[in-house]
Design a protein around this ligand. Sequence first.
Ligand code: 8YV
Length: 310
Amino acid sequence: MKQKVLKQASLPDALTAGLSERYDLLELARMSLADLAAIADEVTVVITNGEAVVTREFIASLPALKLIAVFGVGYDGVDVAAAHDRGVAVTHTPGVLTDDVADLAVGLLLATSRKIVAAQKFIEQDGWREGGFQWTRKVSGARLGIFGMGRIGQAIARRAQAFDMDIAWNGRRPDSSLPWRYIDDLRALAEWSDFLMVCVPGGAKTQGKVNQQILAALGPQGMLINISRGSVVDEAALIDALDRGAIAGAGLDVFADEPNVPAALQQRDNVVITPHMASATWETRREMSRLVLENVNAWFTGQPLITPVP
Ligand code: 8YV
């Protein structure tokens, strides 16, 4: 008999198919509370994604649970402490998506500073016949402040070096093995930066860290780019800063309440928005799927997990 695996969030079709081949894959979205209760003590593995939430209560409702496999590098949606309290392992998909996220970060940086989306609208709305497009802001040689210098932050820094950008960063602690200047305080980093790039993980420790004060420090010429989690930025403060011209613009792949994007962040020529798609290329989604499947298979065959959350 196939083992029961519970799919708790949306996953790529190919991963769903791969899981269904080996396991009895149950979809939470198609189940009633009674359905769930009926199989709760047979579910040993839950698969979730980077956006969904796995609470302590949900973990408690599955007494046989042993593994939560996250399709994504960020696991801030999972109550990891609750999982570990219960002896439930958590895995994620680090590494394989680093390049894509860094690529989109640079894309948003360029699109925001050079107003690429507004420029396209300008042509489409026949503005060009009336005159030239507004001038924009230079990227090459500008100052890039990176908040969070993990794998993704470093990949962004390496790309930014090719643009001769001056790079500094802030994070939990300095790291002398890195070639980029550490600035001890986020506010000071924002003050120094032309572009502030948010790369820290989501979760309680970083909730609302980019607040009104940080945006004020970034200043009327500064631009904010966020490819991490919407929770890191105080979205109301960001909208207010944009309304008042307290910052010059923003490039955002993530939002506080996805998929709801405040109307106040839309239709602005100084804000570029994308639908949490930084890791969504065919190549990377295939690798992320492979890693999820390998972790689940490792669990069921008694092998060490490939990419456990520490
Ligand atoms: C995905 C992500 O969009 O890796 C992450 O943490 O947020 C993204 O790669 C997400 O996990 C897919 O649902």
